[in-house]
Design a protein around this ligand. Sequence first.
Ligand SMILES: [Cu+2]
Length: 159
Amino acid sequence: MKNRSHKRRESRGLGAFFLAFTMPFLILSGCTFDNSSTIQAKKIIQYHDDRYKDNPLSGTVINGVRVITLKAYQFYFSPSTIVVNKGERVRLIVSAEDVPHGFEIEGLSIPGYNIETVIRPGFPVTVEFTPDEKGAWEIICTIYCGFGHSTMKGTFVVK
Ligand SMILES: [Cu+2]
């Protein structure tokens, strides 16, 4: 009996020892996960840089701002591909054409824009930003809009 409780205490000690030594690694690996996803995005960027080089620029430049209308439908975006220049001011006017939708350019944070914003039909959302990195990102719908929601994707290209 005495022997068993001693063993249990020993295993508990081992658990704490294990946790103390693995915790920093778990935290560190969480950090490296973020870093590796950035590296992965860069690889996609290089790939798309070549792929989209012949695509025309989207929208119209008004007073130095590239103004683009992006319409969200069940279950696609129109246009499906948006092409802009690196370093130019971009204004995206996003409208929901049937049911409420949301939008996000995945991996690209737009200052002042909350990706949880619900875009309701008749109430377009305007965002403005200056892309400072070449590449291609995925435009996704962030508000569940029906069975095809997860397939609702577009491409945002900066060249
Ligand atoms: Cu959706």
